[in-house]
Design a protein around this ligand. Structure first.
Ligand code: AMP
Length: 405
């Protein structure tokens, strides 16, 4: 049994008469004027965890962050907007505490009756949350008998309520059902799923994704590299990438060289061959299709070209397990969205025929939404960064904290 299989879940506890301190990730996109929730995936996936505790006749204390108030009590970052949504979904009144530590919240917690739910104010109103602070974490630990982490989206961070608070619970800690689903989906990608297994990485956050390649190249059958991710490699191979997006700093260049040397002769890592280039970074720019290694100066690659689309889709079509993170072009501009739209179409199509598809990362989810395809994917990850960190095949800090005593 590996470490992950040893992790207790919410189903391993009986919460009768017990206080469950549940770290959730209610950091959802909202309309800034109306406070209406635009995408409720993160909350929806965590409802079964809350329902399990309630059905045991336990008491639930919900702890979450929202946005980046950076330790300040800012009205626009209050979690109050979640109350009507939660109340409707759980068919229960939701109590609310303005505080996460101190006498008031302790009183609120002790007044909770079995089956009741208390939502705490944004944990990031306290600067200590992002400082992995011992005393703050200890104070938080007073809010529950059992600690449950169901906040996958933030579990790659060293934050007090994620990595420090659990240590005060001994064996009385576990993960929620959202977290369990994320782990199970990732396991399929990391070798347990049906083969061929394919990972498609694109996007613009190149430095955070480049290291992942070292970990996954011998675990999956194909790696497709698109979007901004491709250009540093083409340049390293000696190609001319014009003004295409490339990070220019010493640390990145060192990292790139190391990864490039390791992966140089691997035949399962595929790059675009042709790209659509533009003479400026706007939708109305002049465009041409050229070979990816012959981009003139003054021009930049903003989408993959027709031959590359064909090549990538052929691989997707024969894959039985697929992970996708990062668009293959600047899909926000309609003229450079053809590559990303074609990839989505191919993934949706194979999913229909039984392939397991996992998509993560804010922009990939936004692209799926744009195409009305978010319901046609096997699993939408609730954490882009956490998903990528997990691909390094190490336990992310939030999970490690649940395993350690
Ligand atoms: P990420 O957060 O790493 O998934 O990056 C997503 C962003 O990458 C999107 O906003 C895309 O517009 C951008 N992107 C994709 N391809 C390119 C490209 N060739 N050049 C510049 N930006 C790109």
């Amino acid at each position: 049994m590996n470490l992950i299989e040893k992790i207790k879940t919410v189903n391993d506890f009986n919460f009768k008469n017990k206080l469950a301190l549940v770290r959730v990730d209610f950091n959802v996109p909202i309309n800034n004027e109306t406070f209406k929730i635009i995408d409720d995936t993160r909350i929806k996936y965590t409802l079964p965890t809350i329902q399990k505790i309630i059905s045991d006749n336990g008491k639930v204390v919900l702890l979450s962050h929202f946005g980046k108030p950076k330790g300040k009590r800012l009205k626009n970052y209050s979690l109050k907007f979640i109350i009507p949504y939660l109340s409707e979904k759980l068919q229960k009144p939701i109590k609310f505490s303005k505080y996460c530590i101190g006498n008031t919240v302790m009183k609120n917690v002790h007044e909770l009756k079995n089956g009741e739910i208390l939502l705490l104010e944004n944990i990031r109103f306290y600067k200590e949350e992002e400082e992995n602070n011992d005393f703050f974490s200890f104070q938080l630990s007073k809010l529950g008998d059992i600690y449950i982490n169901d906040a996958f989206g933030v579990s790659h961070r060293l934050h007090s309520s994620i990595t420090n608070t659990p240590k005060f619970f001994g064996q009385k800690k576990g993960i929620g059902l959202l977290m369990k689903k994320e782990i199970q989906s990732l396991k399929k990608i990391l070798g347990k799923g049906k083969k061929p297994i394919t990972i498609l990485l694109g996007g613009a956050k190149i430095s955070s994704k480049i290291e992942i390649l070292e970990y996954i190249f011998n675990k999956v059958d194909y790696i497709l590299i698109g979007g901004g991710m491709a250009y540093p490699f083409i340049k390293e191979k000696g190609g001319n990438v014009g003004d295409s997006i490339i990070e220019k700093n010493e640390i990145f260049e060192k990292k790139l060289k190391k990864v490039f040397l390791k992966l140089k002769n691997k035949t399962n890592i595929l790059f675009p061959t042709d790209v659509m280039i533009a003479d400026s970074f706007k939708n109305s720019a002049n465009t041409k299709i050229v070979s990816i290694d012959s981009i003139p100066n003054g021009w930049r690659g903003l989408d993959i070209g027709p031959n590359s689309i064909k090549k990538f889709c052929n691989i997707i079509n024969k894959s039985k397990t697929i992970l996708w993170n990062g668009p293959v072009g600047v899909f926000e501009f309609s003229n450079f969205s053809i590559g990303t739209k074609s990839i989505i179409k191919a993934i949706v199509n194979v999913t229909k025929h039984g392939t397991f598809s996992l998509v993560g990362g804010g922009d990939s989810l936004a692209a799926l939404k744009m195409e009305n395809c978010e319901k046609k994917i096997s699993y939408l990850s609730t954490g882009g960064g956490a998903m990528l960190e997990s691909l390094k095949n190490k336990l992310i800090p939030g999970l490690k904290a649940i395993i350690s005593l």
